[in-house]
Design a protein around this ligand. Structure first.
Ligand SMILES: *Cc1c(COP(=O)(O)O)cnc(C)c1O
Length: 425
C-alpha cells in the first residue's frame, strides 16, 4: 500500500513537512467559502448576538421631562442635556423623547455630539456646554451649534469667521459664579463684553452659569453663586446689552430652587429618572429610564468549598447553583461591586458572587427551598435583571452607585461602553 493511502483518509505523518496535517481526502480552501450572505447575517438580532443589554424607556424620559416642567413657570424653556450619548441612554432617542415632552433646546458636551444630532435631523437649537477648540468654528457655523464662550481669543476668531461668511455667530456667555470650572468671572463680565461685543460677527443670544452645590444639603454656596449671577446679569442689562436667554438650573436646582429657573432650565440626570440628590426624593416623581438585563450562559452546581471566579475568594457553601451572565466591568458593571450586589432571577434576589470579570460575572441561587422563597431552577437562556424591577424585587442604579462609591451619572454612562441598547416603548 502506498504510504499516502489509508482506509480512513488519514495519510500518516510520513513524508509531510511539519505543520501540514490536513486531510488528503478533500482539498478545501476555507477562505474561498462564503457560507452566509450579508443580509442573512444582518438578520441575526442584536439580542441574539449578545446575551446582555440595556432596555431604555422613551416614555419614562418623556414623563421625567413633563415632571420637570411641572416645577417651572409657563414660558420657561427646557434644555434636554443629552451629552455623553444621553448619559449612556442614547442621545438621538432621548432627544426625541425629551422633545416629545416639551424640551425646546438640546445640550451637548462636544462638537461631534452636536453634529450627530443635526445629522439625525434635529432642528432644535443646540448648545455646547463648554467652549470648543477654535479649529471647530467651521463645524459650529455649518451645523448651527451654539458655543458657550468665555475666552476673548475664541470669541474674536468665531466672530471673524462668521463675518467672513456673511453670518452672525450666536453664542452663550458662560459666567463663572463660583464653581471655577469654566466661564468669565462674574465681576469681569462687563470687561469681557467690552472686548468682544462690538464685533458685528458676534451675537450674544444667551447668558448662563452652572452651580457647584445645587445638590448639597446646605444652600449657602448655592445662594452665593445665584447672587453673583444676578449681579452679572444686572451689570449687562445696565450697560444696555441684552443677555439673551438666561439659564442656570441643573436637575437639582430645577426641583429645589425655582428662583434659579430664569428663562430656561437644563435637565440632565433627572431626565433619565435618577435623583440628583436625596433632597429631591419624594419631591420629584421620576421614572428610571434604564434597565439592564442578561441571559444565563452557564448554570451548574458547584460542590461545597470549591471557589468561584478569579482569586476563588468566594467558596460554595453547597446547595447552590452558580449561574454566569455575560456582563462585566467592560460593560459598566464595576469591579468594585463584586460580591456587593444582587441580581433578580425568577423574581427573587440572588447574590452576585466572586470577582466581577471583564466580560462575565456569576451569581448564586440558593437551592434550599424554604416557605418564603420559591424554589428556583435557573436554566441557560433565562433572563436576569441586573438593574430594574421584577415583581416586588428591584435593583436600582442609585443603589449600585452608592455601593460603588460613585454617583448615578457615572454608572449610567458606564453601561454605554459596550452594551447594546433597545428601546422598549
Ligand atoms: C451636565 C450639565 C448639566 C446637567 O446637569 P444634571 O445635574 O445632570 O441635571 C447642566 N448644565 C451643565 C453646564 C452641564 O455640564
Amino acid at each position: 500500500m502506498d504510504s499516502n493511502e489509508t482506509l480512513n483518509g488519514f495519510t500518516g505523518f510520513s513524508g509531510r513537512s511539519s505543520g501540514d496535517f490536513g486531510y488528503a481526502r478533500e482539498e478545501r480552501d476555507a477562505t474561498a467559502v462564503v457560507p452566509f450572505g450579508e443580509d442573512e447575517l444582518e438578520e441575526i438580532g442584536v439580542l441574539d448576538r449578545r446575551w446582555a443589554w440595556c432596555e431604555i424607556s422613551s416614555l419614562a424620559i418623556r414623563h421625567n421631562v413633563l415632571e420637570a416642567r411641572r416645577f417651572t413657570k409657563p414660558g420657561c424653556q427646557l434644555m434636554a442635556v443629552v451629552k455623553s450619548d444621553g448619559y449612556g441612554h442614547g442621545a438621538v432617542q432621548c432627544a426625541k423623547a425629551a422633545i416629545n415632552g416639551g424640551a425646546t433646546w438640546l445640550g451637548v458636551a462636544t462638537v461631534d455630539e452636536g453634529v450627530a444630532l443635526r445629522k439625525a435631523g434635529f432642528e432644535e437649537p443646540i448648545l455646547i456646554l463648554s467652549e470648543p477648540p477654535v479649529a471647530t468654528i467651521p463645524l459650529l457655523l455649518t451645523y448651527r451649534i451654539v458655543p458657550a464662550i468665555f475666552n476673548v481669543e475664541f470669541a474674536l476668531a468665531y466672530g471673524e469667521t462668521a463675518d467672513q461668511h456673511g453670518m452672525v455667530g450666536p453664542y452663550h456667555l458662560a459666567v463663572n459664579t463660583g464653581m471655577n470650572r469654566i466661564g468669565v468671572r462674574a465681576e469681569e463680565v462687563m470687561e469681557f463684553l467690552s472686548r468682544v461685543n462690538f464685533h458685528r460677527g458676534l451675537d450674544l443670544t444667551g447668558t448662563f452659569t452652572h452651580f457647584a452645590t445645587a445638590d448639597a444639603r446646605d444652600s449657602i454656596e448655592f445662594e452665593l453663586q445665584l447672587r453673583r449671577f444676578n449681579e452679572a446679569l444686572q451689570a449687562i442689562r445696565t450697560a444696555g446689552i441684552d443677555p439673551g436667554i438666561v439659564h442656570a438650573a441643573n436637575s437639582a436646582a430645577i426641583f429645589r430652587y425655582p428662583e434659579a429657573h430664569f428663562d430656561m432650565v437644563r435637565l440632565g440626570i433627572a431626565m433619565y429618572g435618577c435623583h440628583p440628590c436625596e433632597q429631591t426624593n419624594g419631591v420629584a416623581n421620576l421614572k428610571p429610564a434604564m434597565s439592564v438585563k442578561a441571559r444565563i450562559t452557564d448554570a451548574k452546581t458547584v460542590p461545597m468549598s470549591e471557589g468561584v471566579s478569579y482569586g476563588l475568594h468566594y467558596r460554595s457553601p453547597g446547595s447552590v447553583r452558580i449561574c454566569t451572565i455575560p456582563i462585566g466591568y467592560a460593560d459598566g458593571l464595576r469591579r468594585n461591586l463584586s460580591g456587593k450586589i444582587n441580581v433578580i432571577a425568577g423574581g427573587q434576589y440572588c447574590r452576585q458572587v466572586g470577582n466581577i470579570c471583564m466580560d462575565q460575572c456569576m451569581f448564586e441561587v440558593d437551592m434550599r427551598s424554604s416557605a418564603a422563597r420559591l424554589r428556583l431552577d435557573p436554566q441557560v437562556g433565562d433572563v436576569v435583571t441586573v438593574i430594574g424591577e421584577e415583581g416586588d424585587a428591584v435593583c436600582t442604579l442609585a443603589e449600585m452607585a452608592y455601593l460603588s462609591g460613585t454617583i448615578d451619572y457615572e454608572i449610567a454612562v458606564g453601561f454605554a461602553l459596550r452594551m447594546p441598547r433597545v428601546y422598549v416603548d
